[in-house]
Design a binder for this molecule. Structure first.
Ligand code: CTP
Length: 397
C-alpha cells in the first residue's frame, strides 16, 4: 500500500518519541521510504543512531549543518516527500507551526513544505487541554493539517486523559488513508458551507438556521476521494472537515472574495445558505433604544456567489453545483433556479418546517441537471454527500 511512497518523519521531543521508532519500522515494512528529521529535544529521547539505523537513511538534525545543506537544501528536503508526518507533535512544535516560526530545521521544513502534513500530538493532558494548545490546534486544522489522536489513557507523567500519542499502527492507517490515490486525486474542488452573518451593528446580525452539516459532509466526502478541497465556510455549528484548506468568513461579501481567491478549481459546490440581503448601512455603534421610535433597517442585495461563478466568461469551473432551499413547488422552483443562475446541477431540498432538514442530520434531495430531475430517498447528510461526491467524480471523469 505504501510501496515507493516517501515519508518525511519529524520526531519531536517527547516521551512518545520511542513509539516513532516502531512507526519507522512499520512504514518500512510496507515499502515506504522514510527520511527522518530529529529535533534537538527529540535527541533527548531517542538517539540519532537508532533513528537512522531503523530508517536505513540519514537522519537530518540541524538547519545550519553545512554538510546537510550541501547534500540537500531545506527547501528541497521539505518537498521530496509525499507526506510530512510529525510524530510526536509536541505542544511546542504545534505552537511553532501555528505561528509560522522557522527557527530550527523541523519548523523551517514545516513552513517551507508544499506537501500535506499529518501530525500525531503527544503531551501531558493539561498541556493538551490548555486553551493555547487548543487554539493552535484550531489554527493548524484551518491551515489544512490533518491530525491523528491523541488517545486517552495513562500517561508517562502519571496522569490520565487525552494526550497519549496514537499507536504506530493507527498512525500508519491514517497515513495510508491520506496517501490513497483516490479517483479525485489532482482535482481541486471548492465547497461553500454554513450560513452567513450580516451585521446590523457590532453586536447584532441577521442569520439563518443552516448548521453547515451538509456542506461539511460534502467537503469531507470529496477529500476522502482524494480531492484537494478548499472549504469556505460561514459561522457554522459543526466543525469543518479535517485535512482540507478552511477559509472562515462571516458575510456574503467576504464569502464571494474568498471564493474568487480560491479559483481556479475543477468543480465548485455551493452548499452555503448565503443571506440574500444585508443591512445597507450597518451601524458601527450599538443601536440604542430611544424615544424616537423603532429603528428602521434598510437592506441592500448581496452578491449572488453561485450566479457570479456560474456565469464567468473566463475561469469558470468545469462543474458548478448549486443548492436550492425551497419550501414549496420544490422541483419547479429549483429547475427555474438552475436556468436563472446558470449552474450545471442543482441539489434541491425541501426546508419547510416539519421536514427537520435545516439543522437536522438527514436530507431528502432531488438532483436537477440538464437531463431532468432525480429524486434521492431520504438519507443521512453523510450519505447524500457520498452520493454527490461519486456523481462529481463521474462528471470530472
Ligand atoms: N447563493 C449564493 N449567493 C447568494 C445566494 C445564494 O451563492 N447570495 C447560492 C446558494 O449557496 C445555493 C443557491 O445559491 O447554492 C441557491 O440558494 P437559495 O437560497 O435556495 O436561492 P436564492 O438564490 O437565495 O433564491 P430564493 O431565496 O429566491 O429562493
Amino acid at each position: 500500500m505504501l510501496a515507493g511512497k516517501h515519508i518525511l518523519l519529524i520526531i519531536g521531543g517527547g516521551i512518545a518519541a520511542f513509539k516513532s521508532l516502531d512507526l519507522i519500522r512499520r512504514l518500512r515494512e510496507r515499502g515506504a521510504v522514510v527520511t527522518p528529521v530529529l529535533t534537538r529535544a527529540g535527541e533527548e529521547f531517542v538517539t540519532p543512531l537508532s533513528v537512522s539505523a531503523l530508517a536505513g537513511n540519514k537522519v537530518f538534525r540541524d538547519l545550519f549543518d553545512l554538510g546537510d545543506e550541501a547534500e540537500m537544501g531545506h527547501i528541497q528536503l521539505s518537498r521530496i516527500a509525499d507526506l510530512v508526518v510529525v510524530a510526536p507533535a509536541t505542544a511546542d512544535l504545534m505552537a511553532k507551526m501555528a505561528q509560522g516560526l522557522a527557527n530550527d530545521l523541523a519548523s523551517t521544513l514545516l513552513l517551507a513544505t508544499d506537501t500535506p502534513v499529518l501530525m500525531a500530538p503527544a503531551m501531558n493532558v493539561r498541556m493538551w487541554e490548555h486553551s493555547a494548545t487548543q487554539r493552535n490546534l484550531g489554527t493548524l486544522k484551518s491551515d489544512g493539517i490533518s491530525v491523528v489522536g491523541p488517545n486517552d489513557g495513562d500517561m508517562a507523567c502519571g496522569e490520565f486523559g487525552p494526550g497519549r500519542m496514537s499507536e504506530p499502527l493507527e498512525i500508519v492507517a491514517e497515513i495510508e488513508g491520506r496517501l490513497a490515490d483516490g479517483p479525485l486525486k489532482g482535482k481541486r474542488v471548492l465547497v461553500t458551507s454554513g450560513p452567513t452573518h450580516e451585521p446590523i451593528d457590532p453586536v447584532r446580525y441577521i442569520a439563518n438556521r443552516s448548521s453547515g452539516a451538509q456542506g461539511t459532509a460534502i467537503g469531507r466526502a470529496l477529500s476522502a476521494l482524494g480531492a484537494d478541497v478548499v472549504f469556505v465556510t460561514g459561522p457554522a455549528d459543526v466543525a469543518p472537515p479535517d485535512g482540507v484548506q478552511v477559509i472562515k468568513v462571516q458575510t456574503a461579501q467576504e464569502m464571494l472574495e474568498a471564493v474568487n481567491g480560491a479559483l481556479p478549481v475543477d468543480a465548485a459546490v455551493f452548499a452555503a445558505a448565503v443571506a440574500d440581503w444585508r443591512v445597507s448601512s450597518a451601524s458601527d455603534r450599538k443601536l440604542k433604544k430611544s424615544n424616537d421610535g423603532l429603528p428602521v433597517l434598510t437592506f441592500a442585495e448581496n452578491p449572488d456567489i453561485l450566479k457570479t461563478v456560474s456565469q464567468m466568461k473566463k475561469g469558470r469551473p468545469g462543474l458548478v453545483v448549486g443548492f436550492a432551499a425551497e419550501t414549496n413547488d420544490v422541483i419547479d422552483n429549483a429547475t427555474a433556479k438552475r436556468e436563472r443562475k446558470g449552474c450545471d446541477w442543482i441539489v434541491a431540498n425541501d426546508v419547510s418546517t416539519g421536514t427537520g432538514i435545516m439543522g437536522g442530520s438527514e436530507n431528502a434531495v432531488t438532483l436537477i441537471t440538464a437531463d431532468g430531475s432525480e429524486d434521492w430517498p431520504r438519507m443521512g447528510k453523510d450519505a447524500v454527500a457520498a452520493k454527490l461526491a461519486a456523481r462529481i467524480t463521474e462528471a470530472l471523469g
